[in-house]
Design a protein around this ligand. Structure first.
Ligand code: SAH
Length: 459
């Protein structure tokens, strides 16, 4: 970000514009919305400017700019549409200590004026640092359409009502009152005032809100793989308790006011205990909060979900499960494969490399048979153990095995190998992100060929 957006107090402050043509007019139309003391210095003022001067809305100095004209000015606009003259007046304004903008000259400007959507006192400023004015206009149009023309009126009425709203306790209750108010439309000032009164009454007499818990799947990492329900829950959450594997881009989507708490769960690193996580969930829900417990992938897959549900049940807290896309689904898609295939396998197993007792035991004999497909979660550390067990039970060392690290994320990596080679290949690859091991699946040949082609083209 080369330019930092701020809203500057201009009430009673001097703002000087040099120039009297179209460029100056465009800036003045915006500046006249403020309460700044406007001064225009120009030898040749457009009739509108002369009229504004006559109406007392600005001061017009009819001569070329001189040293001292921009003294005590907060802002200065060089808008002569003449590079040499703009450079001259900008230099004078610099010396007078004003912040300088040269119209249509980003390089030499100290500040820029954003595109604006004005619902005073609500103002949306849009900037692209000069990179994409067309995009800025499109965004402005989009926001113009979304914001009610009466939003300004609502905000002004709301501001005047703030002291009354303090009858509601600070925090969730007051926030909900305002959210309700801004969610409804109003037609006029009287309408706004009566709806504020009615809403306050409703909120003051409402029964205390019951907390609840949404156990939400955040998917494998790509924010576009979130469900609409998950998005909605994040939009409405008071508290979000998230696992380490949940991608930061997804956490960004949570309601801005939501309290974000890390449950820090990590396969082998330091972690918050499950009891402490349960306690976190329950205590926030008890205090009336809408808790979103955000887990990677699908919460029902190797997520210790039942322990959290039991904790909610034990405290009489309502909960719902919002499913997510499990990482195996994203990983198999990355291979261009399908989990099941007629004639190859009529079932697929989701297994874990680890359980409460350490390396997890499985029906190795069945898994070792031909055509078997399994997605092994948390399989990095246990790869050697799994490899040993399967070979011991007669699996073909040439059985295809694929490891997918960071499925659906920009850093996604695919490692195609065989059961016989799984270790040491995996250790040598030195994967640092979450990874799944697929037994009995290889990337589709066409994908591999395309990748080779790309590599050859790159060489
Ligand atoms: N509930 C999650 C799984 C949690 S267990 C789900 O449905 O996906 C954590 C394991 O999931 C990791 O050890 C890894 O094996 C796997 N995993 C999670 N996200 C992954 C990703 N983006 N790519 C590959 N594997 C992932």
């Amino acid at each position: 970000m080369k330019h930092f957006p701020i809203f500057m107090a201009l009430e009673g402050r001097r703002v000087v514009v040099s120039g009297g043509g179209e460029a100056a007019l465009a800036k003045l139309r915006l500046l006249l919305k403020t309460e700044a003391k406007l001064v225009v210095v120009t030898e040749d003022a457009a009739p509108e400017i002369a009229q504004w001067a006559q109406d007392g809305r600005l001061t017009l100095i009819r001569r070329a700019m001189e040293p001292g004209d921009a003294l005590c000015a907060r802002l200065f606009y060089a808008a002569n549409e003449d590079d040499a003259e703009d450079a001259r007046v900008a230099e004078l304004a610099h010396r007078d200590g004003a912040l300088v903008n040269i119209v249509d000259n980003l390089e030499d400007s100290q500040f820029i004026t954003p595109a604006m959507v004005d619902r005073d006192p609500v103002v949306v400023a849009i900037g692209t640092e000069g990179a994409a004015p067309v995009l800025a206009r499109a965004i402005k149009k989009d926001i113009e359409e979304r914001l009610s023309p009466r939003l300004g009126l609502m905000a002004r009425m709301g501001k005047a009502f703030r002291a009354r709203a303090e009858a509601l306790p600070f925090g969730v209750k007051r926030r909900e009152f305002w959210a309700d108010y801004y969610a409804q439309g109003v037609a006029s000032e009287t309408d706004a005032s009566s709806s504020l009164e009615a809403l306050l009454d409703k909120h003051l007499t409402a029964k205390p809100k019951e907390g609840r818990v949404d156990l939400v799947g955040a998917g494998p990492g790509d924010p576009e793989l979130l469900t609409l329900k998950a998005r909605k829950a994040l939009d409405e959450a008071d508290v979000v308790i998230y696992d380490r594997l949940v991608a930061p881009e997804i956490l960004e989507l949570a309601r801005r006011e939501a309290v974000m708490l890390s449950a820090g769960k990590e396969g082998f690193g330091p972690s918050v205990t499950q009891d402490a996580i349960n306690e976190m969930i329950v205590s926030h829900a008890r205090s009336g909060a809408h808790v979103v417990r955000l887990k990677s992938g699908d919460p029902t897959v190797f997520g210790r979900l039942d322990e959290e549900i039991d904790a909610c049940d034990a405290s009489g807290i309502a909960w719902t499960i919002i499913p997510g896309i499990t990482s195996a689904s994203a990983a198999v898609a990355a291979l261009g494969q399908s989990f099941t295939k007629r004639g190859r396998n009529s079932g697929v197993r989701f297994i874990t490399g680890h359980d409460t007792k350490g390396f997890a035991d499985h029906d190795w004999k069945t898994l070792a048979s031909e055509g078997e497909v399994a997605a092994i979660y948390m399989g990095k550390k246990s790869a050697r153990f799994i490899q040993g067990r399967l070979l011991m039970h007669g699996a073909d060392p040439l059985t295809q095995v694929t490891v997918i690290e960071n499925a659906s994320r920009p850093e996604q990596r695919i490692l195609a190998t065989t059961l016989g080679e799984l270790e040491p290949t995996l250790t040598h690859a030195n994967l640092t992100g979450p990874a799944l091991v697929f037994l009995g699946l290889a990337p589709r040949a066409a994908l591999v060929a395309a990748q080779h082609h790309e590599m050859e083209a790159a060489i």
